[in-house]
Design a protein around this ligand. Structure first.
Ligand code: 8YV
Length: 331
C-alpha cells in the first residue's frame, strides 16, 4: 500500500521537547532548533512551501506574508491564544484556516495577573531590589509600606476565561469584583463571584482600586486605556496588564505613573514588544515582566498538544476544534 504523504509543518520557534518529538512522529516537521525568530522573507519562504505553519506571537503574519502563501498552505495553527499577530481577513480570503490554543493558559495567566497585583500593591520588586543593593538597614515601622488588598475593588476589563479565572482568585484575597465586558456574563457566574457589571468603562475606571486588563487585542480595544481614560483612574489605583500592550497608551501611562496620577502598574505586555517605553524603566512604582503570563512548562506543553490536535484533525479532513472566527471586536 502506498504510504500517504505527511503534511509539511513548519514551526517558527523552538517548542517544548515532547511537543517537537510528537510533531516529528506525526508530520513532516521542520523545527527551529536555535529558536531565532524568522525574518519577514524567511516567513514568506516558509508559507510558500508549507502545508501548515505554526507561528507564535512573535511572528507577524500580515497580508504580505499571506500573499506569499503557496497553494499548499491551508492551515495556520498558531501556538498561543491571542491572534492579533495574524491578518485573519487576508488568511480567510485565501481559504486558509487559522487555529489557536484557548483555555489551556487561562489558569497560569490568571495566576500571573494576581501575582502582579500583589507585587505592585506590596512593593515586591522594590523590596527585592533594596535587599540586593546591600542598602537595607533593617526593619522599620513605616518602611516599605504598601497597600492592603482585602476590602478593595478590582475592576476587570474583559471578562472572558482569564478575567473570570482572575475574579475567582481575587475573591479569595477579599477583593470585590467589578467588570466591564462586551456582554454581561451568565447570571450564575455573576452571582457566584458577586460581581458588579459596569456598562460604562469610564464610570468603572473612576471607582476602582485595582484595574486589570484581560481583553483581546482587536481594533476596538486599541488604546482602550487612552490618555483620557487614564486620567479617570484615581491616584491610589493600581493598573495591571497581562493581555496585550496595545490596550494601553504606553507613553501616556508612563507619564501618569511618573506624575503619580496612578499609584502603580504591573505590566507583562507592551505596545511594541520587546521594546519597552524607556520612561517606564526608571520608575519605582511599576513592575515589569517579559511577557511570561503563560510561561509554565505544563502550559506550554498543553498549548503544543492543542496545536497538534488542530493540525491532525484538519489534515485528517475534519474541522479542527480551535478554529478562529473573524469579527470579534471590542471588549
Ligand atoms: C503566549 C499569549 O505565550 O497566548 C497568548 O495570547 O500572549 C502568550 O501567553 C504566546 O501567544 C505564544 O505565542
Amino acid at each position: 500500500m502506498a504510504q500517504r504523504q505527511k503534511p509539511l509543518v513548519i514551526v517558527t520557534r523552538k517548542l517544548p521537547d515532547p511537543i517537537e518529538l510528537r510533531m516529528m512522529e506525526l508530520f513532516d516537521t521542520r523545527l527551529n532548533a536555535d529558536d531565532t525568530a524568522l525574518t519577514a522573507s524567511q516567513l514568506a519562504a516558509a508559507v510558500a512551501e508549507a502545508d501548515v505553519l505554526v507561528p507564535t506571537v512573535t511572528d507577524r503574519i500580515d497580508d504580505s506574508v499571506i500573499a506569499a502563501a503557496g497553494p499548499r498552505l491551508k492551515l495556520i495553527a498558531s501556538f498561543g491564544t491571542g491572534v492579533d499577530h495574524i491578518d485573519l481577513k487576508a488568511a480567510h480570503a485565501r481559504g486558509i484556516t487559522v487555529t489557536n490554543t484557548p483555555g489551556v493558559l487561562t489558569e497560569d495567566t490568571a495566576d500571573m495577573t494576581m501575582a502582579l497585583i500583589l507585587a505592585v500593591a506590596r512593593r515586591l520588586s522594590e523590596g527585592e531590589r533594596l535587599v540586593r543593593s546591600g542598602n537595607w538597614t533593617g526593619w522599620g515601622p513605616v518602611s516599605m509600606l504598601g497597600s492592603r488588598l482585602s476590602g478593595k475593588r478590582l475592576g476587570i476589563l474583559g471578562m472572558g476565561r482569564i478575567g473570570t479565572a482572575l475574579a475567582r482568585r481575587a475573591r479569595g484575597f477579599g477583593l470585590s469584583v467589578h467588570y466591564h465586558n462586551r456582554a454581561r456574563v451568565h447570571p450564575e457566574v455573576e452571582a457566584e463571584l458577586e460581581a458588579t457589571y459596569w456598562e460604562s468603562l469610564d464610570q468603572m475606571l473612576a471607582r476602582m482600586d485595582i484595574v486589570s486588563i484581560n481583553c483581546p487585542a482587536t481594533p476596538g480595544t486599541y488604546h482602550i486605556l487612552s490618555a483620557r481614560r487614564l486620567r479617570l483612574i484615581r491616584p491610589t489605583t493600581i493598573l495591571v496588564n497581562t493581555a496585550r500592550g496595545a490596550a494601553i497608551d504606553e507613553a501616556a501611562l508612563a507619564d501618569a505613573l511618573r506624575e503619580r496620577r496612578i499609584a502603580g502598574a504591573g505590566l507583562d505586555v507592551y505596545e511594541h514588544e520587546p521594546a519597552i517605553n524607556p520612561k517606564l524603566l526608571g520608575l519605582d512604582n511599576v513592575v515589569l515582566l517579559p511577557h511570561m503570563g503563560s510561561a509554565t512548562l505544563e502550559g506550554r506543553i498543553d498549548m503544543g498538544d492543542k496545536v497538534i490536535i488542530n493540525i491532525k484533525t484538519f489534515t485528517d479532513g475534519h474541522r479542527p476544534p480551535d478554529r478562529v472566527i473573524e469579527g470579534l471586536d471590542g471588549v
